[in-house]
Design a protein around this ligand. Structure first.
Ligand code: SF4
Length: 276
């Protein structure tokens, strides 16, 4: 089941694939800390099989928990697994896990071309140094369909990954108390970066033993029965439709308080929580 699923994904990714990273690219997306590469538990399983390494080890060595800004509402941030930067799978500007890299790495930059956001992206200072964004990308109709399918698979993996690790398909955090705390701790800091938020987040999650729980769930992924269970859920359309709906319309926002995580009922609309 697992083999078939990953082989099917690899086949989809190879359909009329003509994109190659330019020779002069020094992999800014794999190096820059401000460019977030989201990783799911399915990416960890895929990588674990490729490297013959437990998912727990991969998470501890290569990833960390962090936050991503919700596109249209800076008040809210989303909890996720991020690849550490510079990515430790990068060697001499080459990805050493190319065949098993996270789906988000596979989809860049072609998916952004399909979405029509490349012109906007290339004007963003963060992406100035990406040579692949300086030339037009040519993608066949067949490949557009294939990548759209892969993106849908990646969103389903994301929803189930969050449900498995965090108990909800989209763990939205109210950033106000965090910002207040950071302002208090660093009164001279003009700009609070996402890395500042991530540091504080990890400190707080550790103090509530939340990270321990996440690690315990990740370590369970090495059991065949746990993976089978997960893949059964992933193939269940009713479960997945429900999770996807909850992912785009979260009803709960989390507040990280001094000694606990408080849940607040909120009805967020898709634009407030939609991320690319
Ligand atoms: S996994 Fe590979 S492509 Fe993805 S960030 Fe790391 S080095 Fe780059």
């Amino acid at each position: 089941m697992l083999n078939n699923y990953f082989q099917h994904q690899a086949h989809i990714f190879d359909i009329e694939c003509n994109f190659r990273c330019p020779d002069d690219c020094n992999a800014p997306g794999c190096r820059k800390v401000d460019i977030i590469v989201e990783v799911t538990i399915f990416d960890l399983i895929r990588l674990g099989r490729f490297l013959n390494t437990p998912a727990y080890h991969l998470f501890s060595q290569y990833c960390h928990l962090g936050l991503m800004i919700c596109e249209d509402n800076i008040r809210y941030k989303r909890l996720l697994i991020k690849m550490k930067k510079p990515c430790l799978f990068l060697s001499e500007n080459q990805c050493v896990v190319h065949d098993a890299k996270p789906l988000n790495c596979k989809l860049f930059p072609e998916l952004y071309h399909i979405k029509g956001v490349l012109p906007k992206l290339s004007k963003n200072p963060l992406f100035y140094t990406f040579p692949c964004l300086k030339e037009p990308i040519v993608i066949s109709e067949k490949r557009i369909k294939a990548l759209t399918k892969l993106r849908r698979m990646s969103l389903r993996e994301q929803a189930l990954s969050h449900e498995y690790l965090f108990g909800v398909p989209s763990f939205v955090i109210d950033e106000k108390p965090l910002r207040k705390k950071l302002r208090r701790n660093h009164p001279k800091h003009q700009n609070i970066s996402l890395q500042d938020y991530d540091k504080l987040l990890n400190k707080l999650l550790k103090s509530y033993s939340y990270i321990e729980n996440v690690l315990e769930k990740i370590s369970r992924l090495d059991a065949e029965s746990e993976r089978k269970n997960l893949f059964e859920k992933l193939s269940d359309h009713v479960i997945m439709e429900h999770l996807m709906e909850k992912m785009v319309r979260p009803m709960v926002v989390h507040r990280l308080e001094r000694d606990d995580i408080k849940q607040l009922k909120r009805s967020l609309h898709p634009p407030a929580i939609y991320f690319t």
